[in-house]
Design a protein around this ligand. Structure first.
Ligand code: ADP
Ligand code: ZN
Ligand code: ZN
Length: 833
């Protein structure tokens, strides 16, 4: 056991001067509890604050009279592993954020919430252990039994000198933890039916039942076959009966119904068809073998798997994971936004059953906590989830898979502004694990790292990637032909509809053949704002530099940045005109037009308005999968990962909407989006077809996408990026300043830029390539009444950029402290707003 006397603690005070560890002594009775990765309460100035233990040491260098003791130990089991603690320090250095912010990002929300953890005594015999209790433990256990449940903190306070004994009771299963988090979550209970201890009783009772009681008979027979307790609702569904018959049996005293705490498994009510490994195609087999060898080698290797849509990447993932599990190691699978990819979860659950935990943002705090505990207790060995699942507290990771690696959701937009891809690579180094980055349209950053140029500059922190490709679809299915439609021509010939004549005909034909259609309309493509047709007034947020968005469901106009909302307008506030139009989300208008053009057409619309409710994505997709609709219409969310056999037509209604964004990645995003959505067509027996409507049909991103020519696009785009010193050739750091007063902001921006330029000059003298742009107003120049200015650093090669940024930012320290200036740093930014 740990007998160190001192702990280094990162305190939860996210500010520059506190971004380091402080020493505390560990009181005798806490020594068994305080471990690296556990949370403690420590005195800090006049207050007590929370902190994370990051190191234990004997304290030989310390003056004991100057070190304060830890006040409380908050965890019996540290929520973070030593490796994660180390990772937090790496994140803090790499992304220039406070270490405590990185640590906080790694623990589940439920642990951060105001929560109470309770314990109760285990059922006798539940642990299967002989009751070998230490003297003091009997007393503690008896105390808990008398109270039924006890809040953990109060138990630890009561037996403060024996906290180690409490921990022992928990570790060995004499006490079990039940969580009761105030308001945000509560333990979920379910009525459960229990058979008698001696199941042979049931046979006897069966004879006693009146002949008419057929239903009750069925229930008894069920428990004769399967005496295990069963959830009442499950029993009723399985036997297809009402609660009355079970209740009748309980009234006779033959069965017992009790409320029991259940673990919330969001997928519990679902059954997953078990699947077995498919025989791999030669292309898949080649790729799989490379990955298998890497996994078996137990060294860090990073693969970029470029596989066209429908090439069978998922099967490769599944079999690679199997290899990793066979080795006794664990796997993490990241998907962009798991609520959008229920089919992915289905495939993983189908193959690995309850060895899979699922983590995503649509789960409640309680559900997430339950899934997280399964990981922490090693009850599962695969976790599938969105970005933050990269922090799963596994200890023997063999494989990390990032599907659709090019997606922007892998970069967190608030601090810590980490990229899951880089975190995955860092964890893989610690675990000797392999990483698979999979995509039909790999990001230029990742692609670049497969080149010789990048390999020559590789470092252990930034290893080179190995390229694997699967250029064809399984079973030789063709990629669908893509037709580009020039919408300018449509307009010239008098077609003002949002559907070109060709797309109109194609839709008509599919309806006739009872095949299905996917229509994509990028959200930004059509107006969702409020405009006066008389004077041109547009409703803007009074606090942010952005127009308000109309939400039909709530009949309100709302700001996407600060949440400011007003009722919809009936008169123009400027000129009083009644001709004020609320342009609904673009998809709403398309839906209306479809209904007009094709009477009786069945449309499922998927966008932010129709998918706020929990489980709604799955509901819509299931309906579409059951062919209860002809058209699936939506924003980007319909472009991703869906696999429906009857979809033979895909239409992108406004292909250039993304192209016009003020972002150097606009062409790349357009290519990715079109390729993804085109990939939804003709994935099975029926051949598919794709129509792309655009006002810029000659743009290389649209032309390449229509030819399924990733390599062609990539080469052209690489050239553009090299020409303009953009990533992946140069790296970027974006520094955004914000303040309520423009004057102070401009002054601060100039001071910062001047200092940065000085430092850049020094670097250049030493041969480093470094350029400073700005200060300029940010593309969104005001949010929540705060103005925003930015500076951009462009640099090349392996430079200690952290040092430069820190040095430069220190000139603003005063303004930050005394005038509430905010400085936000984004390393490798994905969005330049
Ligand atoms: P991707 O993720 O690369 O777009 P999927 O993994 O969704 O492609 O695979 C496309 C389809 O091919 C799926 O329906 C999948 O079940 C099927 N498939 C994958 N591998 C094989 C195989 N080896 N043999 C037969 N069908 C396969
Ligand atoms: Zn007006
Ligand atoms: Zn606002």
């Amino acid at each position: 056991m740990n007998r160190s006397m001192y702990a280094k603690v990162i305190v939860d005070v996210p500010a520059r001067p506190t971004n380091r560890a402080f020493d505390y002594s560990i009181p005798e009775h806490m020594r068994e509890l305080v471990a690296v990765g556990s949370r403690v309460g420590v005195p800090f100035g006049p207050r007590t604050v929370q902190g994370f233990v990051v190191e234990l040491h004997p304290g030989t260098q310390l003056d004991p009279s100057k070190v304060k003791p830890i006040k409380t130990a908050m965890d019996l089991q540290p929520p973070l592993t030593e490796e994660l603690v180390k990772l937090a320090s790496w994140i803090s250095r790499t992304y220039l954020c406070h270490e405590v912010t990185a640590l906080q990002a790694m623990i589940p929300g439920a642990l951060k919430a105001k929560y109470e953890r309770h314990v109760k005594a285990a059922e006798p015999g539940a642990s299967g252990l002989l009751p070998l209790l230490l003297p003091g433990q009997e007393e503690i256990l008896a105390y808990v039994r008398r109270q039924e449940t006890v809040e953990l903190q109060s138990l630890m306070d009561k037996f403060a000198d024996d906290a180690g004994l409490v921990k022992g009771l928990l570790d060995e299963g004499f006490l079990v933890e039940i969580q009761m988090v105030k308001d945000r979550m509560s333990a979920k209970k379910a009525l459960t039916v229990f058979a008698p201890e001696d199941p042979s009783q049931l046979e006897a009772w069966l004879g006693e039942l009146p002949a008419k009681a057929a239903k009750q008979r069925e229930v008894l027979e069920h428990f004769i076959r399967q005496p295990e307790p069963m959830k009442l609702t499950d029993l009723l569904t399985e036997l297809n009966l009402s609660a009355g018959s079970v209740k009748a049996l309980a009234d006779r005293g033959w069965l017992r119904i009790e409320e029991v705490e259940v673990q919330r498994d969001p997928y519990a009510s679902r059954t997953f068809k078990p699947t077995s490994p498919l025989p791999l195609t030669p292309e898949q087999a080649g790729v799989y073998e490379r990955i298998r060898d890497a996994v078996l080698s137990e060294r860090q290797r990073v693969f970029l798997l470029h596989g066209v849509t429908g090439s069978g990447k998922t099967e490769v993932y599944l079999q690679s994971i199997q290899t990793c599990l066979d080795q006794g190691r664990e796997a993490i699978v990241l998907v962009p936004e798991i609520a959008l990819t229920p089919q992915m979860v289905e495939r993983f659950k189908g193959r690995f059953g309850n060895r899979v935990a699922v983590l995503h943002s649509r789960l409640s705090h309680g559900e997430r906590y339950d899934e997280w505990r399964k990981i922490a207790r090693r009850e599962v060995s695969v976790v599938i989830g969105a970005r933050s699942a990269i922090f799963a507290p596994f200890t023997k990771i063999g494989l990390i898979i990032i599907d659709e690696e090019h997606e922007t959701t892998y970069k967190q937009e608030e601090s810590p502004k980490y990229h899951a891809r880089d975190v995955a690579i860092a964890r893989a180094a610690e675990h000797g694990a392999s990483v698979i980055l999979g995509s039909a349209t790999p990001s230029l950053e990742s692609m670049y790292r497969t080149t010789n140029e990048a390999a020559a500059a590789a470092t252990p922190e930034r290893p080179a990637f190995e390229l694997l490709s699967m250029p064809s679809r399984v079973e030789g299915r063709p990629l669908p032909p893509v037709r580009i439609i020039d919408m300018r021509e449509e307009l010239k010939s008098g077609n003002r509809s949002m559907f070109s004549r060709d797309l109109y005909k194609a839709i008509e034909e599919r309806l006739h053949k009872k095949e299905q259609i996917v229509l994509l309309l990028n959200r930004r493509g059509y107006a969702t704002f409020v405009m006066c047709r008389t004077c041109g007034y547009v409703a803007d947020c009074p606090h942010c530099d952005i127009s308000l968005t109309y939400h039909q469901s709530s009949r309100a106009i709302r700001c996407h940045y600060c949440g400011y909302a007003e009722r919809e307008l009936s008169l123009c506030p400027d000129c009083g005109s009644e001709h004020i139009r609320h342009f609904g989300t673009g998809t709403q208008r398309v839906e209306e037009e479809l209904a007009k053009l094709f009477p009786g057409i069945r449309v499922i619309r998927m966008d932010v308005d129709t998918t706020t409710e929990k489980g709604s994505h799955e509901k819509w997709l299931t309906m579409f999968g059951n062919r209860q609709a002809d058209v699936l219409l939506g924003t980007q969310m319909v472009a991703k990962g869906l696999d429906f056999p009857y979809v033979t037509l895909v239409g992108a209604l406004a292909a250039d909407s993304v192209l016009n964004l003020p972002d150097f990645r606009a062409a790349e995003r357009t290519f990715q989006l079109l390729t993804q959505v085109a990939g939804r067509a003709g994935r099975h027996q029926l051949p598919g077809e794709v129509y792309v409507q655009t006002y810029t049909p000659e743009h290389y991103s649209i032309v390449s996408a229509s030819r399924h020519d990733y390599m062609g696009f990539m080469r052209k785009e690489m050239m553009m990026r090299r020409l303009h010193n953009y990533p992946p050739f140069h790296r970027l750091v974006l520094i955004t300043l914000s303040h309520e007063q423009v004057q102070l902001l401009i002054r601060s921006g100039e001071v910062l830029a001047a200092r940065l330029k000085e430092l850049a000059e020094d670097r250049r003298d030493q041969g480093g390539e470094l350029e400073v742009l700005g200060p300029v107003a940010s593309p969104i120049s005001r949010i929540k009444d705060r103005y925003r200015f930015q500076c951009m650093i462009k640099y090349r090669g392996d430079q200690d950029i952290a040092q430069i940024v820190e040095q430069a930012a220190s000139v603003l320290e005063d303004a930050v402290k005394t005038q509430k200036l905010t400085v936000s740093i984004d390393v490798d930014p994905q969005l330049l707003m």
